[in-house]
Design a binder for this molecule. Structure first.
Ligand SMILES: Cc1cc2nc3c(=O)[nH]c(=O)nc-3n(C[C@H](O)[C@H](O)[C@H](O)COP(=O)(O)OP(=O)(O)OC[C@H]3O[C@@H](n4cnc5c(N)ncnc54)[C@H](O)[C@@H]3O)c2cc1C
Length: 286
């Protein structure tokens, strides 16, 4: 089935309840080809033009879920939401970026999904389309945490992102050189109007983590009416604070025995997160 509007797509899903929407197919086809998924029918979203662009609404951008990573990586989009553009440029090899979409990245909800920490830091919302023109909006973080789920027949139509007009960064570490899934990633977003710093860490847990105390602490050190610069010690401390919040030390042994230590791989991951957070904030404030 190849609908051309969101309402046609939701109607097609309502008509065949076991059908599954497919956008770029870069995640779905992996599941089908490996035999893990056997959907009885597919509803292709590739011709739904209303979800392939973006529009402006009350200080927000309403991004179509069908935007590809390649499209979001271009300069005009980067001028709008720099961290999301950077995440899209980092999302896999060119073939995957040409086909893979924002909506697919969100619904797949992989721990390594590159757009997800950015959307978490931006506190983005999802506009979800249901049958007969129904629309509802939920925070992206609720979907990723499983607090909210897509109901049968629903499609992510748009992603509402606040336009902050301030620096933001996305940095990713992979286990090898060149394109690869994130070992860890960090998004840092400045929100001067609210005098806030928002940060989210991807790759280290099933969903992006927000180190809220570290965010509040570092925001209190910034001279928002001045040059916003922070010294190296403050940036280092922020990196450590973020990393410790996301990868804490193991709890002391309950029987009073020897305190367990963090395994080397987790220690390495913590150092990686600390470095990404320090650099990400440093670049945002530079
Ligand atoms: C070789 C390779 C490398 C990759 N590297 C990366 C990487 O570095 N970083 C990264 O983040 N990802 C990576 N990916 C994963 C993938 O490309 C992304 O997650 C992509 O954004 C998925 O989008 P899609 O349009 O292809 O989704 P699809 O495969 O079409 O769909 C994925 C899931 O989302 C559902 N879905 C899609 N769109 C909607 C919608 N609008 N509403 C409701 N449900 C929807 C589908 O039903 C399906 O369950 C890689 C994949 C491959 C194959």
């Amino acid at each position: 089935m190849l609908p051309t509007t969101l309402d046609e797509a939701t109607a097609a899903l309502a008509a065949v309840p076991a059908a599954v929407p497919v956008a770029g197919g870069t995640d779905l086809m992996v599941g089908i080809n490996s035999g893990q998924l056997r959907p009885s029918a597919l509803v292709g979203l590739g011709r739904v033009s209303e979800i392939r662009g973006w529009q402006y609404l009350d200080g927000h951008a309403l991004l179509g879920a069908g935007l590809t990573h390649a499209r979001m990586g271009r300069p005009d989009f980067a001028a709008l939401i720099p961290a999301l553009a950077a995440a899209s440029r980092a999302a896999g090899p060119p073939q995957v970026r040409n086909a893979g979409t924002l909506g697919g990245n969100i619904v797949s909800a992989a721990p390594t999904g590159d757009t997800l920490p950015v959307l978490a830091a931006l506190e983005a919302g999802l506009v979800i389309a249901g049958a007969e023109g129904a629309r509802r909006e939920v925070p992206v973080s609720h979907l990723l945490a499983g607090v909210e789920m897509l109901r049968p027949g629903e499609i992510v139509g748009h992603v509402r992102v606040p336009l902050l007009h301030a620096p933001q960064t996305f940095l990713k570490a992979t286990a090898r050189t060149g394109p690869g899934r994130a070992l860890a990633s960090v998004a840092v977003v400045l929100d001067p109007a609210r005098r806030g710093v928002r940060c989210a860490v991807g790759g280290v847990a099933p969903m992006p983590l927000r180190p809220l105390e570290a965010e509040r602490w570092i925001a209190s050190l910034i001279d928002w009416d001045g040059d916003r610069a922070l010294n190296r010690e403050a940036l280092d401390a922020f990196g450590e604070y973020v990393a410790m919040a996301c990868i804490p030390d193991p709890a002391p042994a309950e029987d009073g025995g020897e305190t367990p230590v963090l395994p080397p791989a987790a220690l390495h991951l913590r150092r990686t997160v600390a470095t990404l957070a320090r650099r990400g904030l440093g670049r945002a404030l530079a």
